[in-house]
Design a protein around this ligand. Structure first.
Ligand code: ATP
Ligand code: TZE
Ligand code: MG
Length: 283
């Protein structure tokens, strides 16, 4: 499907993705799903504001003591290991378990999965608890799929997303999760099907926590369409990318893109979404 020169073969476009993406976004706006986020200190602000501007309701609630009461009431859970410590891991486990028991979807962001044995083991344990979706950058998905700690740039990717498509497929097959790899093309796979969302701008990589934030947006989309997690993951990635594209027209650099991205996500209308969604199938 993707050869060594990163040339994608057997592409197929589907006219249904635009209307599906609009249905997902407008349903998030009308239902305003409550999304529990256990996330890193860097991403809390952008993640919460991304969810709010999309119409969802974020709650950064991470204490172990509150999980039994709170997690079953959330529409979905987002777990992000960006600033992981041994003290935070029990809350992540407990929330994942509580979401699973309540039948609520949950999404894992395996930030910097390959930088240490501690982090890799924690991520692999969480993947074993069967998140609905795992979303990482190329290096993170490769580290998880290969169970390898290796030289890396930390939280940033040193791989293209195309480098990790086969790893994503094998991780999806072995875990039973939907796996998404972000980058110039955001790939989504269930182990069989692969689609690529081709929206977004490169400058989004220069804003910390855009990846974390799109993972939370995936949680919101999956919350309102849990039976179609594959599709909801692809449309969330595409919508976030479109917000970045429109935001970029007004931005002077990363700081102003961060502001305009949020404003653009808030202001997206049906015509713009249907016209700009660029998701293709590889089969
Ligand atoms: N070259 C690119 N062109 C277009 N969009 C991109 C590009 N690189 C990244 N993006 C977009 O930027 C967002 C973040 O993706 P990225 O792969 O940088 O995540 P990440 O490394 O996990 O980020 P972080 O850890 O800072 O949250 C995604 O929406 C992705 O589609
Ligand atoms: C920069 C950074 N360090 C730990 S988490 C995080 C946010 C992007 O993943
Ligand atoms: Mg990340």
């Amino acid at each position: 499907m993707v050869d060594n020169n990163h040339q994608v073969k057997h592409q197929q476009t589907s006219p249904e993705w635009g209307p599906t993406a609009w249905t997902h976004l407008s349903t998030v706006r009308t239902q305003s799903p409550l999304i529990q986020c256990i996330t890193n200190f860097v991403s809390m602000d952008l993640m919460a504001n991304t969810l709010l501007s999309a119409g969802a309701s974020p709650a950064m609630i991470h204490s172990l003591q509150e999980i039994p009461d709170f997690t079953p009431r959330a529409a979905a859970l987002c777990v992000n290991v960006g600033t992981l410590t041994a003290e935070w891991l029990p809350a992540m486990r407990a929330a994942a378990e509580a979401a699973g028991r309540a039948g609520k979807p949950w999404v894992l962001d395996p930030v910097a999965a390959g930088v240490s044995g501690f982090r890799l083991e924690a991520c692999r344990e969480l993947v074993g608890m069967r998140p609905t979706v795992v979303r990482g950058n190329g290096s993170e998905i490769l580290a998880l799929a290969n169970a390898s700690v290796g030289p890396s740039k930390g939280v940033d990717s040193s791989h293209e997303s195309t480098d990790a498509v086969e790893a994503a497929k094998s991780l999806a097959k072995s875990s039973g999760c939907i796996v998404a790899v972000s980058g110039a093309v955001d790939f989504v796979t269930d182990g069989q099907r692969v689609v690529g969302a081709q929206n977004g701008v490169a400058m989004m990589q220069k804003i910390t926590a855009t990846g974390c934030s799109v993972t939370a947006l995936i949680a919101a989309f999956v919350a309102i369409d849990p039976l179609h997690a594959f599709e909801a993951t692809a449309t969330a990635l595409s919508i976030f990318g479109i917000a970045g594209e429109i935001g970029m027209d007004m931005a002077k650099g990363p700081a102003s893109l961060r502001v305009h991205l949020i404003d653009s996500l808030y202001g997206l209308d049906q015509d713009t979404v249907v016209r700009r969604v660029n998701i293709i199938s590889f089969s």
